[in-house]
Design a protein around this ligand. Structure first.
Ligand code: ADP
Length: 659
């Protein structure tokens, strides 16, 4: 059986878009080559020599005809199978060397091995290079080698997988005479010593004369096929040589692919960074906004907890006067009678648990020459329980003191610091509030700030003392009312409303002259707002990630175009379409992932800075980070897929010929 058996093969090129404009480069060519032959293909320029070699080399399928290699009808094999066959049987040597320019001679040589076997036999690689006299230049890149040396590397690369055939397309066309002869001698030596079938296209009559057989092509037809020396090595190919068509998972190739992608990214640092920017900004904004949102939520929850549970608050307000029914109405304050009625309601009604009245005013507190203007808040003793306002030192005032309008007070940390300058124990001392002596009975712990105000800047006095003895009024600012539990809040509010409306003599249709603030509702509002915020954030994130993704796609498309020749070379030396796909996909995924990572890191740094410099509450949730990360991965895959497929689908020969 012949190694190569071509019957009636034609190759017709389509020129441009016009289906009639075709060019027949090969016209029903038949050619059979046995194992161990040494064939020179000659003919004028443009006669179809390269076209024939590309078909033999399985880089390009014929338009019609049959091509059997070691018994396999290649025109019936899948793209993947053809690649396997090519990788295992054929080594190419091109006129232009076609080495990957940025990697060393050794790395160029071992590439087919990685594609084919997934592992590198360094001994073999170095042996082959040494055979070709390149042992001292293994770590040089192509630009550091002469033309002849580059071609030796290319031959080593063709040889490394122990192919049966070497196809050389004018291998010496770009070399000076002396180097040309050396290269041909190398190839001939391999032919003799390693039983390699040699097909060489040449323009040189001297080189052609060295081959055992000469095939001449003119205008796409074989016009001469002549044996000019007795065969030295010719053999029948053994019965169908086993070809492995199975793809194996190839960890080495994945590692190599990742390494190459990282190298490409590092080589084009600025470009890579700019491409990543969209992802970086997207991920950064999502994560930091989520963290700020979480922080705000935590703040609010903290506040609400501080306010006390199941609380609502009543205060008087100017009633709204509606439309034509204009009535002159005055504000009805919450007075002592209201308070009394409320007390009775709380005692009898199952929905209500507790309450406190307050009067909020301002005043000056003085102690031994230090004077400080602060909030003077009169509160019922129950305020301590309702608001969780427990003194750290001393005690809160009691019912007795409130009823007797005694001059006792509980002071906040800020007031304590202003008046006592941190020096003395204030409990039992007498301070002046609005020029009246008050005995300090308790000191509150520091509670920080709330909505931007200083919670500790306060003096609490019994509410009756405040109303009657400090401010000389007859009304209260707020009633804080506590329902039995969460479910009781609504009915409790209803009860209080009914009570106050009837007490204030309001008929149906009149609007309330008091306002009720339900703190539970506040939480709902915050939840709603943060829910809406979250949606907005997600939309913004989505848009920026899409923009980032388009950036990746754009650059990857440019990259595919730039590296078209490289793709051709890789395919010619055994890369399957899937390998090329993976190579580009890994790159876009890495851009996405690294972009995501940088975004996360910047968000963390920004969060840290905001927290320490501005005192913002920032809460990073792991799920946000994970989701952002997965998203950037997804963007890398999604937007990298199209360019990667484009690269994978390139025909090796078109890619090789791409200028
Ligand atoms: P040779 O190697 O003998 O110089 P080729 O095999 O490269 O010639 O080309 C044979 C003919 O086919 C040439 O006329 C060339 O212009 C034409 N040809 C080669 N490739 C293509 C192509 N992709 N599309 C159209 N014409 C092509």
């Amino acid at each position: 059986m012949a190694l190569i058996d071509i019957q009636n093969v034609s190759k017709i090129y389509q020129m441009g878009d016009d289906p009639k404009n075709i060019f027949t480069a090969l016209d029903k060519v038949s050619l059979s080559i046995d194992k161990g032959e040494y064939v020179a293909i000659i003919g004028p320029s443009g006669s179809g020599k390269s076209t024939l070699l590309q078909i033999i080399g399985l880089l390009d399928p014929p338009t019609s005809g049959s091509y059997k290699m070691v018994g396999y009808e290649t025109t019936e094999l899948s793209d993947n199978q053809v690649t396997h066959l090519r990788a295992q049987k054929i080594g190419f040597v091109f006129q232009m060397f076609n080495l990957l320019s940025r990697v060393s001679a050794k790395d160029n040589t071992l590439l087919p091995m990685i594609y084919q076997k997934g592992r590198v036999d360094h001994v073999r690689v170095e042996k082959v290079l040494a055979q070709l006299g390149m042992q001292d230049h293994m770590h040089h890149t192509p630009s550091q080698l002469s033309g002849g040396q580059q071609q030796r590397v290319a031959i080593a690369r063709a040889l490394v997988n122990q192919p049966e055939i070497i196809l050389a397309d004018e291998p010496t066309g770009n070399l000076p005479q002396k180097q040309a002869v050396e290269i041909i001698e190398e190839l001939e030596r391999l032919h003799r010593e390693e039983d390699i079938t040699l097909l060489i296209i040449t323009h040189s009559p001297e080189l052609a004369a060295r081959a055992d057989r000469v095939v001449e092509i003119v205008d796409g037809k074989i016009v001469k096929d002549q044996i000019q020396h007795t065969y030295r090595n010719r053999k029948q190919a053994e019965s169908p040589t086993e070809v492995k068509f199975k793809d194996r998972f190839n960890i080495r190739l994945w590692m190599q692919t990742t390494k190459m992608a990282l190298q490409t990214m590092l080589r084009n640092r600025i470009r890579t960074f700019l491409t990543m920017l969209g992802i970086i900004i997207g991920v950064f904004s999502v994560i930091s906004m989520l963290a700020i949102g979480e922080g705000a939520k935590k703040n609010v929850e903290h506040e609400l907890r501080r306010l006390g549970s199941n609380l609502f608050r009543v205060n008087s307000q100017w009633p709204k006067i509606k439309g034509s029914a204009r009535q002159k109405r005055t504000i009805t304050r919450l007075n002592a009678k209201d308070l009394h009625a409320l007390r009775q309601l709380v005692q009898s009604n199952p929905y209500l648990k507790d309450f406190a009245a307050t009067y909020e005013g301002k005043g000056t507190a003085t102690f031994e020459g230090y004077s400080y203007s602060t909030k003077i808040i009169g509160v019922s003793p129950s305020y301590e329980r309702l608001r969780g306002n427990y003194p750290s030192h001393g005690r809160f005032f009691n019912e007795q003191e409130n009823e007797n309008q005694e001059r006792v007070c509980v002071i906040g940390q800020t007031v304590y610091k202003q008046l006592f300058k941190n020096q003395e124990n204030p409990i039992g001392r007498s301070i002046k509030i609005e020029n009246r002596n008050f005995r300090v009975v308790g000191l509150l712990p520091s509670n920080g700030t709330s909505w931007g105000g200083d919670v500790d800047d306060v003096v609490y006095v019994p509410v009756e003392t405040a109303v009657h003895r400090i401010f000389g009024e007859d009304f209260y600012t707020f009633f804080y009312i506590q329902a039995k539990d969460e479910l009781a809040i609504k009915p409790a509010i209803k009860e209080v409303e009914t009570l106050l409306r009837s007490r204030h003599g309001m008929s149906k249709g009149m609007s309330d002259d008091f306002a009720i603030k339900n703190y539970g509702e506040m939480k709902d509002t915050v939840d709603q707002v943060s829910g809406t915020m979250l949606k907005l954030i997600l939309i913004v994130a989505l848009i920026s990630l899409i923009v980032g993704g388009i950036g990746i796609m754009n650059i990857m498309l440019v990259s595919v175009t730039e590296r078209t020749r490289e793709i051709g070379v890789r395919k010619a030396i055994g890369a399957k379409s899937r390998d090329i796909l993976n190579q580009f996909l890994v790159e876009s995924v890495l851009i996405g992932l690294v972009g995501g990572l940088v975004g996360v890191v910047i968000a963390f740094i920004a969060g840290f800075v905001l927290r320490s410099a501005m005192g913002w509450e920032i809460v990073f949730k792991p799920y946000g980070v994970i989701v952002a990360f997965l998203f950037s991965l997804f963007v890398g895959v999604f937007f990298g897929l199209y360019p990667a497929r484009k690269a994978a689908k390139l025909s090796p020969i078109k890619a090789l010929r791409y200028e």
